[in-house]
Design a protein around this ligand. Structure first.
Ligand SMILES: NC(=O)c1ccc[n+]([C@@H]2O[C@H](COP(=O)([O-])OP(=O)(O)OC[C@H]3O[C@@H](n4cnc5c(N)ncnc54)[C@H](OP(=O)(O)O)[C@@H]3O)[C@@H](O)[C@H]2O)c1
Length: 234
């Protein structure tokens, strides 16, 4: 069994996921950097390994149950433990459209990645976390999914993140007797390919709260929604 805590990060070949992987490795965790494209994942992991980080690549498409199964088998085989799951992978496919106009297939695809993906990963990861008696699950959500702030523009993306927030609450309560802490966070508006380069925040700023939630002690928060380590309205 690995001596170090081990984290699995989805969609970690670029953007905020890559930065979360880097910050977790800097904090001393062993990191499984997963990506849906094997080559892109391998290149991203190699870039961090070249800087001296303990990072291993793993192919993982969150929409493919077989791929999720293989990734968890990889973690179990290589480390015999999983301490941290970061559900970061997401797509935003319906900017500048409306709920009345967005194609149903686009809504379905968005939910496959942004909601069913994290659901699959949680269900696959929790047995290994329970075995270790420890777990931190961080759902990378969005302020655009905050129920109290829901509005027009990007409806499928927004509603998929609202559903992810609901998943966070329900799962956290189901796990209340365990040392598995489940939380959601929003990185704020960050410069990545998802949003473009006009955003004010760096990936380092966007990733920091996810890394905090991934490494808090057993007295840390559970079932919360955070931005910059502060409570954010659901
Ligand atoms: N950037 C922001 O301002 C902002 C604001 C609020 C919330 N967020 C959230 O932050 C997270 C990261 O966003 P980002 O800005 O870093 O986006 P990004 O640069 O577009 O990165 C998205 C990542 O998700 C991966 N991905 C997409 N579909 C996948 C699938 N089916 N299986 C596995 N991986 C998949 C992408 O892989 P490929 O490279 O193969 O496409 C990529 O690695 C997301 O959850 C997003 O909703 C971002």
């Amino acid at each position: 069994m690995s001596e170090k805590r081990v984290a699995l990060v989805t969609g970690a070949n670029r953007g905020i996921g890559f930065e979360i992987a880097k910050q977790l490795a800097t904090a001393g965790l062993g990191v499984v950097l997963s990506a849906r494209d094997e080559d892109r994942g391998r290149r991203a992991a190699a870039a961090l390994a070249d800087e001296g980080h303990d990072v291993r690549p793993c192919q993982l498409d969150v929409t493919d149950p077989a791929s999720v199964g293989r990734a968890l088998a990889f973690v179990e085989r290589n480390f015999s433990r999983l301490d941290v799951l970061i559900n970061n992978a997401a797509v935003s496919l319906d900017r500048k459209t409306t709920l009345l106009e967005v194609e149903e297939d686009v809504v379905r695809e968005t939910f496959e990645v942004n909601f069913y993906g994290p659901l699959r990963l949680c269900r696959a990861s929790i047995p290994l976390m329970k075995k270790g008696g420890y777990g931190r699950i961080v759902n990378v959500s969005s302020g655009r999914g905050s129920f109290t702030k829901l509005a027009a523009d990007g409806p499928a993306y927004r509603i998929s993140k609202t559903a992810l927030n609901a998943l966070t609450c329900v799962l956290s309560d189901e796990l209340k007797e365990t040392e598995i802490l489940v939380n959601a966070m929003t990185p704020g508006w960050v410069r990545t390919r998802l949003t473009g380069l006009r955003a004010p925040r760096s990936v380092a700023e966007g990733a920091e709260t996810a890394v905090w939630l991934a490494t808090v002690g057993n007295d840390g928060p559970r079932g919360g929604f955070f931005k910059d380590r502060d409570i954010f309205p659901w």
